[in-house]
Design a protein around this ligand. Structure first.
Ligand SMILES: [Zn+2]
Length: 458
């Protein structure tokens, strides 16, 4: 339960994408979606998939760490914990029994752009899942007696996940420096001093402001159609009252004239780490002042894959295979985000190789790409790999919900979601070089170096 975005996913995401091979591509790239909006503003999206009599019921709130105010960072995640407490109508033990007795699997997660809850359940039990989800959307019985112990649980979670892990400690600081005044600056779990200072009222305010049908999107994937689902949805969610939820407004993060560099010497580090972020738009958000264009997202995805997606990528070949100076080298790019994205580069040196040498090698690979561009072959191989990873996800109910939910919570729509993969397919080598030139700009980048001792730097 309670998975926030983890560094591990971020670091190894590109490598994992490369494991999905070309053979997995299916015929249907676009997924069929049916949509409706209830009178109270709740959005309902159905993705019919009749391969087994199971439905994944998920409810997404456009309320993530990006919406938090200074001083109460992490409150979105804190409320996710509280959603597993009693409501005015049933205790959480009763709720959990309901989940278990009906053979449902449930989970919840909070990230920068959203908080989401889901249950995977046999089709004939779907109404029961809706009943408990609608109940806790508005009827949580939050008291200080339940809140304070859970606040300590969250502090322990932070201790375990971030503070006792040198790589995560470093990454949290690096991200903070990279984003500066943008709300992506703070970690999803929140700063320690903020968690220590939460009051019950902070949690109530968050709940009352963001947990309402007009700020919720239901995504149902599985053995169901809109005609079947809508009466059920109306019955359970139709009477919930909308709230005055402010429209999400993100401040623009200005471009910097100088590269941000952050060096951390931490004796707990086992393998040094080289990280670089090049600012880039997402498919939903621009980079201020860089004539950044959300339409560049597909080409950026191909670029990041050619540069560092797997063992045939340029970074891997140069640093790991040929020069033998690194154990890993990769890059990745996330196309979905309410705020700007980045092309991220990661490398871990072999023992006795300094990060200075790694940095020069990475710079050389990028310089070569900027000078000579990429080949047709690289572009078509990357498109195949990306297509398979986008399409492969549709074989799994959770992956379908997850990708679609991320896209919608970042501000995208269903039409754009379905059109996106086609746009990736039509990326040309000219597009890749054009976006490389636009976004691989040294003075806009952030470089992070993590070592156990100074001698590993130069
Ligand atoms: Zn948690």
């Amino acid at each position: 339960m309670n998975r926030s975005s983890s560094l591990k996913q971020k670091v190894y995401g590109a490598a994992m994408a490369a494991l999905l091979t070309v053979g997995l591509i299916s015929e249907s790239e676009a997924i069929t979606m049916q949509e409706a909006t209830l009178e109270n503003g709740m959005r309902v999206i159905i993705v019919p998939d009749h391969r087994s009599p199971v439905v994944l019921h998920s409810v997404w709130f456009q309320a993530g760490s990006v919406d938090e105010a200074e001083g109460v960072t992490g409150i979105a995640h804190m409320l996710e914990h509280m959603m597993f407490k009693s409501t005015k109508n049933r205790t959480n033990e009763e709720r959990e029994k309901l989940i278990q007795r009906n053979g449902a699997q449930e989970n919840a997660f909070t990230s920068r752009d959203y908080t989401a809850y889901y249950q995977k359940v046999a089709k004939d039990r779907l109404g029961l899942m809706m009943d408990q989800e609608a109940d806790r959307m508005v009827n949580l019985a939050l008291t200080d007696e339940v809140f304070q112990p859970e606040r300590k649980v969250v502090l322990e979670e932070r201790q375990l996940r971030t503070e006792s892990n040198p790589v995560n400690r470093f990454y949290e600081k690096l991200v903070s420096k990279h984003f500066g005044k943008h709300p992506y600056e703070h970690p999803v779990i929140g700063w320690r001093e903020d968690i220590e200072g939460y009051k019950l009222q902070d949690n109530l305010d968050w709940y009352n402001t963001h947990y309402a049908p007009n700020n919720a999107t239901m995504i149902l994937v599985g053995d169901i159609t809109l005609d079947e689902a809508l009466p059920m949805v109306k019955k359970h969610y139709g009477d919930l009252k909308p709230a005055e939820t402010p429209k999400r407004k993100l401040p623009e993060q200005p471009l910097r004239e100088e590269e941000v560099r952050f060096v951390e010497v931490d004796k707990d580090v086992q393998v040094p780490l080289f990280v670089q972020f090049y600012r880039a738009p997402s498919a939903q958000a621009k980079v201020a002042g860089i004539h950044g264009d959300t339409a560049d997202a597909p080409a950026l995805e191909v670029l990041a894959d050619i540069l560092g997606g797997g063992q045939t990528s340029r970074l891997y070949k140069a640093l790991v295979t040929e020069q033998k100076i690194a154990d890993s080298a990769s890059s990745g790019y996330d196309e979905t985000g309410a705020g700007e994205s980045s092309i991220d580069v990661y490398a871990q040196p072999k023992p006795d190789v300094t990060l200075d040498r790694i940095e020069k090698a990475v710079d050389d690979v990028i310089a070569e790409l900027l000078k000579k561009g990429v080949t047709e072959d690289e572009v078509s191989r990357s498109i195949m790999a990306l297509k398979s990873s986008h399409v492969y996800g549709q074989d799994d109910l959770f992956n379908t919900v997850y990708r679609l939910g991320l896209w919608l919570m970042a501000g995208g729509d269903t039409k754009g979601y379905n059109a996106y993969i086609g746009k990736v397919e039509s990326v040309t080598k000219g597009d890749v070089l054009r976006v490389a030139k636009k976004y691989f700009v040294k003075q806009h980048r952030t470089t992070g170096l993590l070592v156990a001792e100074e001698s590993q730097l130069k």
